[in-house]
Design a protein around this ligand. Sequence first.
Ligand code: C2E
Ligand code: MG
Ligand code: MG
Ligand code: MG
Length: 291
Amino acid sequence: EAKANGRHTFSVFSAAETHLLKQRMQLRQELFNALEQRQFVLYYQPQICAGDGVVVGAEALLRWNHPRLGILAPGTFLPILEDSPAMAAVGAWVCEEACRQAREWEGMGYRLQMAVNVSPRQLTDENLPALLKALVERHGLDPESIKLEVTESMLMQDIDKAAQVLRQLMHDGFHIALDDFGTGYSNLSYLRRFPINTIKIDRSFVQEIEQDRRCLDIVNGVVAFAKSLKLSVICEGIETEGQRSALRSTGCDVLQGYLMGKPMADVEFRRLLAQSPKPKRSEEDCWEPEQ
Ligand code: C2E
Ligand code: MG
Ligand code: MG
Ligand code: MG
């Protein structure tokens, strides 16, 4: 085809494009050694009780500490990883590291719920419940202290298998959150078919909550039906005081966003814990919707 366009079109890529492609291919190569080279780290973003500001949880977020490029967010590498067999090992590492960290904080007197994102592949892996059970036992954790974050699109891929895995996880005592709620089809039948403890309202609703009355109405509505299903609600992506105060009246249980804290390394997270209000009651209350 290139030939047909004339003899000057000897390459379909410009020099700049070729450079970019090479970079991407190199990144891909490096990515598959990253686990072995111990270049993955978990960052933690605080989840705060809307009522009293106590830190009740943390979301573990994967970062790649690249030797030349520094800390990379999942957007740059997760799509490559998710298509590869290496994802299983990385997913298992994330679970292990999150458990280790949760136990360490617990030992320091902070009993937090650790939220762990799972990939579509993990969710249809029948071995996931056994793997997680072995991990919490080894680390001396209560399964309740681990909350697995799944998305609707994952549930859609292999509905029966995913439902089976989630039911086993729930049976074993793990908690489950439906992440990015409101961005997919938000097929409400998922709430009936899949065992879930928490709905995580996507940040797109929070972003517009002050300008767009409908966003506030939607959040109010989601909170109302979540409560009737005895689910807790967390809002993500809160960046401003205005957004936080707009959310105050909705009855949303837990808040997460840059305003309360960006994803951060363990050392910083500990500093935040030390400065945060101390719980006056069992931390878990925030995750139990009031009846
Ligand atoms: P997610 O699970 O929905 O995580 C929330 C994302 O929103 C995080 O991006 C977080 O840094 C960002 N975020 C939190 N608060 C704010 C805010 O106030 N404003 C804005 N603009 N953004 C905020 P991050 O860390 O880049 O992760 C992106 C996605 O990558 C995650 O979305 C999750 O789907 C996936 N991911 C992250 N870690 C893992 C992991 O360990 N395993 C798997 N399978 N997926 C992961
Ligand atoms: Mg998440
Ligand atoms: Mg999300
Ligand atoms: Mg997501």
